[in-house]
Design a protein around this ligand. Structure first.
Ligand code: NA7
Length: 539
């Protein structure tokens, strides 16, 4: 198969963003090469194969909307799809739209350098190949670079160390093993019950107790699927214009304005819904007023107390250091109940931090627990990690790392001043991780594709955010974030999970629908805030 050494576009990443971007580029008649570091497509759903890995957004919402045929023909089996099913879906999409022939697997991009004279990006892969392209689109994901672990001694551990984000394809059998799991975010909370069902002994190392609600997952009935499919267009439209890319009735009342009895009823309803956004959506003030938030948080803490038999363990599992929703809450299947099994132990790292990992186990001030296996569910260098691990150089050789030394700065999360013809799909400064990713991915890909069509039509050679527009957007993103409770948590949204990372609230919390309107207006006003240059004008 011969591939162009100078395609119109290079796309980095073949997860859900890269796949759809390639499909749209084909429709525009642009040539493209897609580089993917993994040995398969699917991004997040290729790498995160840990036991219990599942999407917290319902399958009928966490799926592409761009093709009505695809929408109708694909059958989901569960309300919340498990990783293997989502990966099969991605593979089906790649086959159905004949995408594979432009995707190169096992090919990590190491550098992308802008060449002023030719107005092209030189993109270099780990195999030493360099291709040049007019446009470079980064579809590298928001949670794709696992965080380096700061705990000393990991290398000295004699047994296997597994990372949830790099799980062995053959799976792992924990039967009869003594297992340590470090981390209680979504990946920990999903995998702990499944690993515990096999392990002989399990010790969970918790630094931050999270808020988790029962998923109430189950098979998707044929009828539910039929009904949604009969009405898909309207449903998708509602998602596109919603705050988080998820369909749901928005609250008009404040928790502070109703009686305790009413609140309890609403909280119970939200708790029983098995829906990530339901508790937040129970009242309008949950996300912005700490008093209302405390009420929801107290309600969840009571439910945790109900579930966990041992009072000391229950107490340690209660989230206490951040308001509800300011770190990503979780949906679980039997998480808290797992701690009622006599072979499952919880270590509260707030009281006894890990001092070191030794050859034989995990050591805290309370002594060493001997284990056979260590599972790291310790999260990601979110939103900027994947981009900054590529040597990206824009105008005058300036690196992206330099431009982002004090935290990411973008215009709309779509582009960066000084980096012409570069686009980021779900980049920092866009709703991305605060939304249903599929909705946000499609919106960005469509916006970028429409933009490229316009540039082609009018013979524009370069597009680049201007510095003022970018500064204005950065300020707006920060301002909107400040008006919420989010800054009260040491979360990965703020870069707080990675030592030394600048503390900047990275995603845009203004809402998916409002954000879409802003992006559409920018395009309609001839790409307001972007500088467009034609070849003739620059000569
Ligand atoms: P998360 O949500 O970042 O969770 C990582 C967990 O690991 C979290 O509990 C961390 O505690 C903990 N952690 C991280 N570093 C350490 C060290 N050094 N010692 C002990 N514990 C540590 O990642 P996930 O993979 O679970 O989920 C990522 C997203 O995927 C999720 O939000 C959904 O969007 C899907 P911390 O909270 O930092 O104190």
């Amino acid at each position: 198969l011969s591939r162009p050494s100078s395609p119109d576009v290079v796309v980095v990443g073949a997860g859900f963003a890269g796949l759809y971007q390639l499909h749209r580029l084909r429709g525009l008649g642009l040539s493209a090469r897609v580089f993917e570091a993994g040995s398969g497509i699917g991004g997040t759903w290729y790498w995160n194969r840990y036991p219990g890995a599942r999407c917290d957004v319902e399958s009928l919402e966490y799926s592409y909307s761009f093709s009505p045929e695809l929408e109708q023909e694909w059958e989901w089996t569960e309300r919340y799809p498990a990783q293997p099913e989502i990966l099969r879906y991605a593979e089906h999409v790649a086959e159905r739209f004949d995408l594979r022939r432009d995707i190169e697997l096992d090919t990590r991009v190491t550098a992308a350098v802008w060449d002023e004279e030719s107005a092209r990006w030189a993109v270099t892969t780990e195999h030493g190949e360099t291709v040049t392209a007019r446009f470079c689109i980064f579809a590298t994901g928001c949670l794709s670079k696992p965080k380096d672990l700061e705990i000393p001694g990991l290398d000295s551990f004699a047994g296997p160390v597994y990372s949830t984000a790099r799980w062995p394809h053959a799976g792992v059998d924990f039967t009869g093993r003594r297992v340590a799991v470090i981390g209680t975010g979504s990946s920990g909370i999903q995998s702990i019950p499944v690993i515990a069902s096999q392990a002989a002994e399990m010790t969970v190392y918790q630094r931050t107790a999270n808020y988790s609600m029962p998923a109430h997952n189950g098979p998707l009935t044929a009828q539910a699927q039929r009904e949604r499919k009969a009405n898909y267009a309207a449903f998708r439209d509602a998602a596109r214009h919603s705050p988080a890319g998820l369909v749901g009735k928005l609250p008009t009342e404040n928790a502070l304005d109703v009686t305790e009895q009413e609140r309890r009823r609403a909280f119970y309803k939200a708790w029983s819904a098995g829906n990530l956004g339901a508790m937040r959506r129970s009242y309008a003030d949950i996300g912005v007023d700490i008093r209302a938030n405390d009420m929801a948080a107290d309600f969840i803490r009571d439910r945790i107390r109900d579930k966990v038999t041992d009072p000391a363990t229950a107490e340690a599992l209660l989230p206490s250091d951040h308001p509800f929703g300011t770190k990503r809450p979780c949906l679980d299947t039997g998480y808290y109940e797992t701690f009622n099994s006599p072979h499952v132990h919880l270590v509260d790292l707030k009281k006894t931090p890990i001092e070191a990992i030794t050859a034989t186990g995990v050591a805290t001030a309370d002594g060493e627990v001997e284990v056979d296996d260590i599972v790291l569910a310790t999260g990601f260098d979110a939103m900027t990690g994947a981009l900054l691990s590529i040597d990206i150089r824009g105008r005058d050789g300036r690196t992206l790392a330099d431009a982002w030394a004090d935290g990411p700065v973008t215009y709309l999360g779509l582009g960066v001043a000084g980096f012409p013809n570069l686009f980021t799909i779900t980049g920092p400064g866009s709703p991305s991780v605060l939304s249903n990713m599929l909705v946000s991915i499609e919106q960005h890909v469509d916006w970028i594709s429409d933009c490229l069509a316009r540039l082609e039509r009018d013979g524009v050679t370069t597009i680049e955010p201007n510095a003022d527009a970018q500064a204005g957007w950065v300020e707006h993103v920060a301002e909107v974030g400040q008006a919420t409770l989010y800054p009260l948590a040491k979360s990965w949204y703020l870069g707080a999970n990675v030592p030394g990372k600048p503390r900047v609230f990275m995603p845009y919390i203004g809402g998916v629908g409002a954000y879409r309107e802003i992006c559409d207006d920018v395009a309609a006003e001839d790409y307001r805030g972007f500088d467009l240059e034609k070849a003739s004008a620059s000569m």
